[in-house]
Design a protein around this ligand. Structure first.
Ligand SMILES: *Cc1c(COP(=O)(O)O)cnc(C)c1O
Length: 391
C-alpha cells in the first residue's frame, strides 16, 4: 500500500501539472475562515513570504517575495509587465505553450520583444542566447521557462543564466512547475526574478502565484505596469506598508499553502521533494516503456515534473477511451500538446509516491488490454521525426 493513500474514497489521483493531488492535512487547513484585515491573517502572509524567501538559501537577503492573487499566469504577467519597462526589450526563449504565452503577454502590454522559438520540445541553448544578445544590444531582459510543462522538458537554465549574465542582461524565469522541487538559488544562478504558484511543486491548492525578485528590481519597477491589479510594485509596496494584500486575498488558499510549506520542509525541502518526484518519474517511465510506450524526450531532457508519451500506433488505441479507462481505475491523466504527433502526458508531482506510480502503470496495462491494443509502440514516423530534429 502507498504511504500516500487517497484520503477520500472515490477521489482520483491527479497525474496533472496542477491543480494536483494534495494531502488531507492541506485540505483540512482550509476548514475555517480568516478576516483579511485581521492580525492573524497578516501574520500568515508574513510567514508565507518569509518561508518562500528561505527557499532561496544564502542569497535570499537581496530578494523579496510578492504574492499575487489568481492563477500562475496572473503572476507571470505581473512579473513581465512590471519588471520590463516600456523602454525595454525582451528575448523570449520559447519551446512550448508557456513560452508562447509569455510572448502573447508582452504583445498585450506593448513591450518590444524577439523570440527564439525552438518548436515543440527542443531546448534553447546557452550559445544561441549569447549570439542573439551579442547581435542585439537593445535587448534588456531574457525570459526563460524553467520546466516547459507542455512537453515536460527541463530547459538548460544554467547555460541560459550564464549567457545572460555574461552579456549584462537580466533574466526573468517562469519556474512555475519546477520551483520547490528543482534547485534554483541565487548562488548558482543569476536572475532578476522568478515566478511560481501555490498549486505546483509546493503542493498547495490553486489561488495565487508569487514572484521572488531582487529588491533593486522591485524598486525600479515602479510605474512600469499598465495594469492596476497586476502591478507588482504596488502590491509589494502595500504589503510592506500594511502587511496586507491590496485586494481580497485567497485566505483559505494561503492557510493551505502554509501547511503545504511545512510538509515540504518535513520532506527535506527542495532536495527531498525533488528526489520523490524523480523516483516517481523513473518508476513510471520504466514501467510504461516496458509496455511499449515511448517518451517524446530522451532521458537527458526528461523532467521529474511531467512526461510526454506518444500515443500507440495501433488503430485500436483511442485516447478518449484510454483516458476514461484510466479514470475508472482512479487516475486522471493529461492530454498532449504537440502539434506534430498524437501524445498524452503523465505528471509526477503531487502527493503521490512510487507505489502509486506502479499502480498507474498497472492501470495503463489494463486499459490497453481492454482496448485490445497488443503493443503500445508509437508510429515509426513520429519517432523518426523526433530523431531527425534532435540529431
Ligand atoms: C502552470 C504553469 C503556468 C501557469 O498556468 P496557470 O494555468 O495560469 O496556473 C505558467 N507556466 C508554466 C511553465 C506552468 O507550468
Amino acid at each position: 500500500m502507498s504511504s500516500f493513500p487517497r484520503p477520500e474514497l472515490g477521489e482520483p489521483y491527479l497525474l496533472t501539472p496542477g491543480p494536483l493531488t494534495t494531502s488531507y492535512t492541506v485540505k483540512q487547513a482550509m476548514l475555517r475562515d480568516w478576516g483579511s484585515w485581521d492580525g492573524d491573517f497578516r501574520a500568515m502572509t508574513a510567514e508565507l513570504r518569509a518561508r518562500l524567501l528561505d527557499l532561496l538559501g544564502d542569497g535570499k537577503a537581496a530578494y523579496d517575495c510578492v504574492p499575487m492573487q489568481g492563477s500562475g499566469t496572473f503572476a507571470v504577467e505581473a512579473m513581465l509587465t512590471s519588471m520590463i519597462p516600456p523602454s525595454g526589450k525582451a528575448l523570449v526563449l520559447a519551446n512550448g505553450a508557456y513560452g508562447k504565452r509569455a510572448v502573447q503577454t508582452l504583445a498585450y502590454a506593448g513591450r518590444a520583444h524577439v523570440v527564439l522559438d525552438k518548436g515543440d520540445y527542443l531546448p534553447p541553448r546557452g550559445a544561441e542566447v549569447a549570439q542573439i544578445l551579442a547581435d542585439d544590444p537593445a535587448i534588456t531582459h531574457v525570459v526563460a521557462i524553467h520546466c516547459e510543462t507542455s512537453s515536460g522538458i527541463l530547459n538548460p537554465l544554467a547555460e541560459i543564466s550564464k549567457a545572460t549574465a555574461a552579456a549584462g542582461r537580466k533574466l526573468l524565469i517562469d519556474s512555475m512547475s519546477a520551483f520547490g522541487a528543482i534547485p534554483l538559488q541565487p548562488g548558482d544562478y543569476t536572475f532578476e526574478a522568478l515566478v511560481s504558484s501555490a498549486n505546483k511543486c509546493i503542493e498547495g491548492v490553486p489561488g495565487f502565484g508569487f514572484v521572488l525578485a531582487r529588491k533593486t528590481a522591485l524598486i525600479e519597477s515602479k510605474g512600469n505596469c499598465p495594469s492596476l491589479s497586476l502591478d507588482l510594485h504596488a502590491q509589494w509596496d502595500a504589503m510592506e506598508k500594511t502587511g496586507q494584500w491590496r485586494f481580497t486575498p485567497p485566505t483559505h488558499v494561503v492557510a493551505a499553502f502554509l501547511q503545504a510549506l511545512q510538509e515540504h520542509e518535513a520532506e527535506g525541502g527542495v532536495a527531498g521533494r525533488g528526489a520523490r518526484y524523480a523516483r516517481n518519474r523513473d518508476v513510471m517511465v520504466s514501467g510504461m516503456r516496458a509496455l511499449g510506450f515511448e517518451t517524446l524526450l530522451s532521458d537527458e531532457w526528461l523532467s521529474p515534473i511531467i512526461v510526454t508519451f506518444f500515443c500507440p500506433a495501433d488503430p485500436k488505441f483511442d485516447f478518449g477511451r484510454f483516458y476514461n479507462l484510466m479514470k475508472d481505475q482512479g487516475f486522471i491523466i493529461y492530454p498532449g500538446k504537440l502539434t506534430e504527433a498524437e501524445s498524452f502526458r503523465i505528471g509526477c508531482i503531487g502527493r503521490m509516491d512510487a507505489s502509486v506510480m506502479q499502480a498507474v502503470v498497472a492501470a495503463a496495462q489494463m486499459a490497453l488490454d481492454k482496448l485490445g491494443v497488443s503493443s503500445a509502440a508509437p508510429p515509426a514516423k513520429a519517432v523518426a521525426a523526433r530523431m531527425a530534429q534532435t540529431a
